[in-house]
Design a binder for this molecule. Structure first.
Ligand SMILES: [Zn+2]
Length: 134
């Protein structure tokens, strides 16, 4: 898959909804994502570039109000899968999660007591593609 070189090329490659979330750091409406209640075994890849980001093994159901409504993962697929960066937008201090390969916006990382390791990668379904285990 060729990596787009500029925002015009990203616009051509992605749907308008994908472009808004992945390239403009949008957030999909809670409870609407196609991978929210998705429990098949396999890998979740970046919808923009195809890199493996998360495994179904680390997907879990959070019970924290405010964090429910998007797919949640306790860990990334490996230590280069995603990058974390400070996000001080909207008057909040949050940790943004972006694709380690193409830099596209995926979601945010939050602390979560209901997570197996206390970490909650809150990821937009639209930023992901699913590849079932073979
Ligand atoms: Zn990517």
């Amino acid at each position: 898959m060729d990596m787009p070189q500029n925002e015009d090329e990203w616009r051509q490659k992605l749907t308008p909804e994908q472009y808004h979330v992945l390239r403009e750091k949008g957030t999909e409406i809670p409870g609407t994502g196609k991978y929210l209640n998705h429990n098949e075994a396999g890998e979740y890849t970046c919808a923009a570039c195809g890199k493996v980001l998360f495994s179904s093994d680390t997907k879990y159901e959070s019970t924290v109000p405010g964090l429910i409504g998007w797919p949640s993962f306790s860990e990334a697929a490996d230590n280069k899968a995603v990058k974390l960066q400070d996000d001080n937008s909207l008057g909040m201090q949050r940790t943004e999660v972006v694709c380690g390969n193409c830099g596209s916006h995926l979601g945010h990382l939050f602390p979560d007591d209901s997570s197996p390791n206390g970490k909650h990668y809150c990821i937009n379904s639209i930023s992901l593609q699913f590849a079932p285990k073979k």
